[in-house]
Design a protein around this ligand. Structure first.
Ligand code: GLU
Length: 490
């Protein structure tokens, strides 16, 4: 029987969580959940100049938002590389004792000069091995690599990938300042944390033969490796800031629900037949490495919006209400206290919205009376006849005891019949008056949600705009716009 699955996600905390890394985290999480295994979070903070506490916080926050909780990891001690120097030290000493590693005191300037020469010749730099047999007792610690032969990485996605040793060199395990290098820490960590499957981006594939040789030198069995292809921008270069938003938080702030992000990321490189929409439970049930493709996936914002729209439509209204609140605040509006009401509002907005931001934009009028009306529509609708119709609507609506969508619709139909008009003639006039524009969720639902008092107040303001008093009335409400036909005074 194979040992229980243990996977890891080891971000380097040098910035926000990139969507590419988020997808790596997701694949690891899904693999662990699918196999009933353990998902470990490890913070790779050995590069102290580039690692920050803010980045750690930001990455953890993004993972929590995505719902990728870790089974082992911080704040428990021992999951940050900077807390593990003792373990790396022990392993380094072991390699020195067994003769698999040696100290090198070549001055950095000399190595740099050699690197430049190799570059000029168009060759990859390889350490000359000058200190290999000098038996030094201090300096940078290098791994002794067999000069001949090759190392084959058996990759679950790419198949066997062969690296000739002539392409590798005696790489540094521990720098002369005693800081262990990334490749060494990863091997020691993965072994000591009992990792069974290393699932990571294929930008790390070229590191893997070095790591494989290090496992061998330490006498450890290899884990399985699965290198997942990079995510590309539409121009087929690696997805980066040039392509727009790349951090998980940026998508959260753009109003994508976490379930949409997870669904979208899962399909970037993995497939299950032609299914596009997955619940988290379905992903856990179906996820496997066999169906991760070997070629890179292109990040498609249009598809993300489509997936986002699906999950906005699927969310329970109460949940949507909660999700909307920060977006309402961010738009400079005051979120209503009545959550149930906000849930109903959300329900009217989600049909047409791709994101939570869209919902707030399209539903601004629910939280604030329009400050102005679409000028073109106002010019055609807020006219003499428009004013008469508004006055009639105000009378009828004021007499309506129950402000419910169906009753309001019936009221509008009756009045339209009486006046020999079409329903739309009254509806567009009302829509402009209460929302400021000519597109909105179904009008009678909007009126019912705004309620009688607010609807009437907005219609009255519109009426004054359509039928301005000839003399300034001195009324306490300021005119919403200058009286029609008023000459501009410069
Ligand atoms: N810390 C590395 C990174 O953020 C991951 C290394 C690995 O998965 O082995 O790219």
């Amino acid at each position: 029987m194979s040992p229980p699955v243990r996977v890891r996600f080891p971000p380097s905390p040098t910035g926000h969580l990139h969507v590419g890394s988020a997808r790596t985290a997701l694949f690891n999480w899904l693999f662990a959940r699918h196999h009933g295994g353990v998902y470990v979070l490890r913070i790779e903070d050995t590069d102290r100049t580039r690692s920050t506490e803010e980045s750690i916080e930001s990455i953890l926050e993004a993972l929590r938002w995505l719902g990728l909780a870790w089974d082992e990891g911080p704040p428990a001690p021992g999951y940050r590389q900077t807390e593990r120097f003792e373990i790396y030290g022990e392993h380094a000493r072991r390699l020195v004792r067994s003769g698999q590693a040696y100290y090198c005191e070549c001055p950095p300037e000399q190595l740099e000069a050699e690197r430049k020469i190799a570059q000029q010749r168009g060759e990859t730099f390889r350490y000359s091995g000058r200190c290999r047999d000098r038996g030094l007792a201090a300096g940078a610690l290098r791994l002794r690599i067999p000069a001949e032969g090759e190392t084959v990485v058996q990759d679950l996605i790419h198949g066997p990938v062969t690296f000739a040793h002539s392409q590798l060199d005696d790489w540094i395990l521990v720098r002369r300042d005693s800081v262990p290098t990334y490749n060494f820490c990863v091997v020691v960590d993965d072994v000591t944390m009992g990792i069974t499957h290393v699932i990571r981006g294929d930008d790390h594939l070229s590191n893997t033969p070095k790591q494989v040789l290090c496992y061998g030198a330490l006498g450890y069995a290899l884990p399985e490796f699965a290198h997942i292809p990079m995510i590309m921008g539409p121009d087929r270069t690696r997805l980066s800031k040039r392509h727009g938003a790349t951090s998980v938080q940026a998508f959260r702030d753009a109003g994508i629900l976490p379930e949409a992000m997870v669904n979208y990321l899962a399909r970037l490189g993995w497939s299950h037949g032609d299914q596009e929409i997955f619940t988290r439970a379905e992903l856990v049930e179906h996820f496997d490495l066999k169906h991760v493709g070997a070629s890179s996936a292109v990040f498609d914002s249009t598809k993300l919006e489509w997936v986002s729209q699906h999950w906005l439509k699927a969310a329970a209204p109460a949940r949507l209400a909660g999700e909307l609140i920060p977006f309402i605040e961010r738009a400079g509006l005051t979120p209503p206290r009545d959550r149930a009401w906000l849930g109903q509002v959300a329900d009217t907005l989600r049909e047409r919205a791709k994101t939570l931001v869209d919902m707030v934009e399209a539903g601004r009028f629910y939280f604030q009376a329009p400050k102005s009306w679409d000028p073109k529509s106002a010019a055609t609708l807020f006219t003499g006849p428009g004013a008469e119709r508004l006055a009639l609507l105000i009378d009828r609506l004021a007499a309506e005891p129950r402000f419910e969508a169906q009753r309001l619709e019936a009221l509008y139909r009756r009045l339209a019949d009486e006046l020999g008009l079409k329903l739309i003639d009254l509806a567009q006039l009302t829509r402009l008056a209460v929302t400021g524009g000519t597109a909105s969720p179904p009008l009678f639902q909007v009126l019912a949600l705004l309620g009688k008092e607010e609807t009437l107040a907005r219609l009255r303001v519109a009426l004054r705009a359509a039928n301005p008093p000839s003399e300034p009335s001195g009324a306490d409400e300021p005119p919403a716009r200058p009286p029609r036909g008023a000459a501009r005074v410069d």
